[in-house]
Design a protein around this ligand. Structure first.
Ligand SMILES: *Cc1c(COP(=O)(O)O)cnc(C)c1O
Length: 392
């Protein structure tokens, strides 16, 4: 496929740009062996190879492939053995999948206000908090609370990002969840990974994800004495094959994003009413985050960029306290489960009723970066961005 055609699809970027028949060795191998079920044979499956590769690359002891990141979050939550109605603190600014994972596990999500970088403000957490999901949004490394027993890192948008100490996001909390949805750093259409350094937790996750059984590859499942019910979250060989192919390009994707970020951030117009929200060195640079003086200017920028064919997005869609599911405490259960268990649980933790967060979101504009472009093409794109912002 030519680059030009791909540029027409710029809204769905990153790993999808690296899908190419001549590069699909793992997928070819799976098809040649005619085995699509990961536990069919005793030899190492493609799914196990994926888990081993990811563990080595990210420095995680245990990895489990599942169908998507929402499942990974749910599985991480269940493995903490909560009681129904327990509270899980989540960021006020994140994808609704986080709230869905909490609710569908019978738990109550409590949105916590965010800081200037739009990461969960850990200083608002109560001293007795037991479970929190921290999201590394748009590749931006978020701080983790120090004293909460179960910190689950939602790294759906941040595969490859690193904390200042060099460790990968997703590997420092109790568990980390990654997504291979089409719009993430790497993609297999749908796909998810759960990582943990806690061996006992991983064993429980593995059983739960396969009908509660401790299956031995190539053999019929056996049920432990202490078995409990589970679900089927087992991935397929062909999906794992595509994920392995994608993984081979991770460093290239990250380097391409890094270079485009450097070029584009140097090319920004010198205006006091448009600022670049700083990123830390370990972030995955999936976008330039611009902060404008006011909402009107931001909306004008959206108009101008869109008219020029420059992809862009805003973050209002991530503001969970105004999402109908949270605002209306909605559920498909007749008795409103699990909201009916919320009792006196606070609806949110915020200092100012989210006034500052709303203002930040209203003034923020993100411009995605394009790792697959050459340096020359990235420079051209950065100049067009600059000229477009200068016209306002
Ligand atoms: C995409 C995303 C998810 C959900 O991932 P799926 O693989 O689509 O289930 C969860 N959290 C965040 C922050 C996301 O961006």
């Amino acid at each position: 496929m030519t680059l030009q055609k791909r540029q027409g699809q710029r809204f769905l970027p990153y790993g999808a740009n690296y899908l190419n028949w001549s590069d699909m060795h793992e997928l070819q191998q799976v098809i040649e062996q005619s085995v699509l079920f990961r536990y069919q044979t005793e030899s190492e499956s493609m799914a196990s190879r994926l888990e081993r590769t990811v563990g080595e690359r990210l420095g995680a002891e245990h990895v489990l492939a599942v169908h998507n990141c929402t499942e990974a979050l749910r599985l991480a939550l269940v493995s903490t053995r909560p009681a129904v109605g327990d509270v899980v603190y989540i960021p006020a600014v994140t994808f609704v999948a986080v709230a869905g994972a909490v609710l569908s596990t019978g738990l109550i999500p409590v949105p916590v206000d965010v800081d200037e970088t739009l990461a969960l403000d850990t200083s608002l957490l109560p001293a007795d908090a037991r479970r929190v999901i921290v999201a590394h949004m748009e590749g931006a490394v978020a701080p983790l609370p120090a004293t909460v027993p179960f910190v689950i890192e939602d790294a759906a948008q941040a595969l490859g990002a690193r904390f200042p100490d060099g460790r990968h996001v997703g590997t420092r909390g109790y568990a980390g969840a990654f997504s291979f949805h089409h719009n993430k750093v790497l993609t297999s259409g749908e796909g998810g990974l759960l990582v943990t350094n806690d061996r006992a937790a991983w064993e429980e996750m593995r059983c739960y994800h396969d009908h509660g059984s401790a299956r031995k590859p190539g053999r019929y499942p056996t049920w432990n004495e202490d078995a409990y019910y589970g679900e089927n979250l087992v991935t397929s060989e062909e999906v794992a094959a595509i994920q392995l192919q994608q993984f081979r390009h991770l460093d290239e994707v990250l380097a391409g994003l890094e270079r485009h970020y450097r070029i584009a951030s140097q090319e920004l117009p010198d205006r006091s009413d448009i600022a670049l929200v700083p990123r830390s060195p370990g972030d995955v640079k999936i976008s330039l985050r611009l902060r404008l003086a006011n909402r009107e200017l931001r909306d004008t920028a959206v108009e101008r960029l869109t008219a020029q064919g420059i992809a862009n997005w805003t973050l209002g869609k991530y503001f969970l306290p105004e999402h109908p599911v949270l605002a209306g405490r909605r559920s498909l259960y007749a008795d409103g489960f699990p909201w009916n268990l919320a009792g006196a649980v606070p609806r949110a933790l915020t200092r100012d009723g989210f006034a500052r967060t709303r203002s930040l979101l209203d003034r923020t504009l993100c411009v995605p970066l394009s790792p697959e472009l050459s340096e020359q093409q990235q420079a051209t794109a950065a100049k067009l961005l600059r000229r477009t912002l200068e016209t306002m």
